[in-house]
Design a protein around this ligand. Structure first.
Ligand code: PAF
Length: 288
């Protein structure tokens, strides 16, 4: 049977009406929030949503309030025509792409700020970033009334922030964390990768390589401090100009770990190659 065409909506009212109709039919709704410039990682989230929900909404909204740096916002890749085609081909039911004025109408004055898990890591290096994320994701959850929402583990701290926000605000939605998709050389898929210029693209693979090796050494009992210091040196030698952070944190609550005690943990890092800031994380393997 031919698939029904994907609908593109840009207004909250139209989205609510569509979701109301679906819910009246007893259908479940999955949401995949994105900022566009879609890649295979986003499509894997859409596919996970299509496997678990009867109807799937993918939102594309380059959210100005989560950019701490105006030039990052200005140069954020925008690939609207390709994005639309990819989502339609994937079988997504609704592409929701509100304008900035629809999301933040004149007089908008409310912000969601999540304490605790927003501190440190990206929160320490991108002031206001997680307030912007929590605010827009809260709005997307309320606008879509989705039953479940799908996020990639590459943004591991973001998942913690969003989960805390939804729990604290009693938003009835199930969060599904999906594994990071990687390029053939191990680089985590990211919309920002297309801004890597010339040799930077090749240097970028050193981030996952370094994290993977460091995670293996921590798993076999090497000193966390020594492993992190050597990993930093390796990244700098590999061309990374600035390392915002490289830390070992507990999976469950992002607690900072000076020593590895066997509980599920991962290394998280953010580092810059030229003007491009890359983030990644790697679990400490439980069987080394
Ligand atoms: O991960 C992202 O692309 C964004 O932070 C999100 C969740 C779509 C909110 O703008």
């Amino acid at each position: 049977m031919p698939r029904p065409p994907m609908h593109t909506l840009d207004a909250v009212a139209a989205l609510r009406q569509t979701v109301r109709d679906w819910k009246r039919q007893g259908l479940t709704v999955g949401l995949v929030p994105t900022m566009g410039a879609l890649h295979e990682g986003h499509l894997s989230l859409a596919r996970a949503a299509l496997a678990q929900a009867d109807r799937v909404i993918v939102s594309i909204f380059v959210n100005p309030t989560q950019f701490d740096n105006p030039s990052d916002l200005a140069t954020y890749p925008r690939t609207w025509d390709d994005d639309r085609r990819l989502l339609a081909d994937a079988g997504v039911h609704v592409l929701y792409a509100p304008t900035v004025a629809e999301m933040y109408p004149a007089g908008f004055a409310t912000h969601v700020s999540v304490a605790g898990v927003s501190a440190g890591l990206c929160g320490a290096h991108r002031p206001g970033h997680f307030d912007g994320v929590a605010t827009v994701v809260c709005k997307l959850f309320l606008q879509s009334q989705a039953d479940m929402a799908f996020f990639g583990e590459k943004d591991f701290q973001q998942i913690h922030v969003v989960r805390r926000m939804a729990t604290d605000l009693d938003i009835p939605i199930r969060l599904v964390a999906c594994p990071t998709l990687r390029e053939a050389d191990g680089l985590a898929m990211s919309s920002r990768n297309r801004r890597l210029a010339g040799p930077e693209r090749d240097q970028a693979r050193r981030l996952p390589e370094t994290l993977r090796d460091a995670a293996r050494r921590i798993a076999v009992g090497d000193s966390v401090a020594a492993v992190l210091a050597q990993a930093r040196e390796r990244l700098v030698a590999g061309g990374f100009a600035e390392i915002d952070y490289l830390e070992l944190r507990a999976d469950a609550d992002l607690a900072s770990l000076a020593h590895y005690d066997g509980r599920p943990a991962r290394l998280l890092a953010a580092a810059r190659l030229g003007t491009v800031r890359l983030i990644d994380n790697m679990s400490v393997p439980t069987k080394a």
